[in-house]
Design a protein around this ligand. Sequence first.
Ligand code: ZN
Length: 318
Amino acid sequence: MTARENDRTQHKETEEHFFKSNAVKMIHEMSKLSREIQEDSRSALIDEMLHSIFFLGKILKDFSPEDIIADKEMLENLNTYYPRPFRCYQTHFPRRSPFSCVLDMIVLHKNPENEEQIKQSLQRFARGLDPEYLVSSTICISQKSKTDQNSKRYYGVSMSTKGPNTGQIVIAASCLNNWHEYVSGAVMTYYPEMDKKNYFDGTIKVPKNIRCEAFDIRSGNKKDPCRSCHNLFGLNTEQIKEWDYGNCAEAESLSNLLKNEEEVKKKTNVNKYSAENRKKAEKEVHDNLMDVLKRNRDKNTQRKGFEKHLKIYNPESE
Ligand SMILES: [Zn+2]
């Protein structure tokens, strides 16, 4: 083996190690948090996170759940309590990233109004992980009013995916199945490219008086919206950097705000488009997603296993 091949093998092993160790730490954290709270939704969150980790493990590293979780007892326990993620990770794709499920669990654990505690808890947890895999870098908090500190807080994290095409896969899945129609309409205006579509413009302008503020999870520093978020949602910014459309924490946070605050929804300015063109944009997102998955499947003959027609994974339904 040449020195370069040796380096590459070592690099691959290190990456695989970090993926697995982050996944296992996330599972431990979620189990610990869920034991400390009562809400019914906690087991659905673990279920959804497991499915999302298994799916991404398969896509990124061709891992099976057994490859990811080396501890036999842990594996058996998970399989007993959460059998569906084991059955469905090659037949269904996730609605969102696993880290987004961790965020929801922390918010349940700390209560939505305790923003500082939520940020600290997330920071402590993220600092214990390798930053490359499955971890989001940014958290965003939205409220219906900048001035009313007591208005309800809605959280979101950025896409926590590394590796070719995985960001695109999770953004498409969120667009088609998770985000509020205004947010997905805005993202689909661009997705999967950085250019606006010529037949569909679903970009929006959220009301000026709402709060939509992002922070770096590890450092806690405030982050101004990027140029893409300005183009998508009309957020004010001086930044010129465009990230992938739909990648930022603002998308999830604003989607949660719009799903729950009728007043914000009413005051949001939405570009006019025909139902037919929206359907066309949705089909394009869907077809692109299938292409990405197919390319991934074809890339490595060992990476077989995904079904041709994936369904969306819903943790609550059998
Ligand atoms: Zn952005």
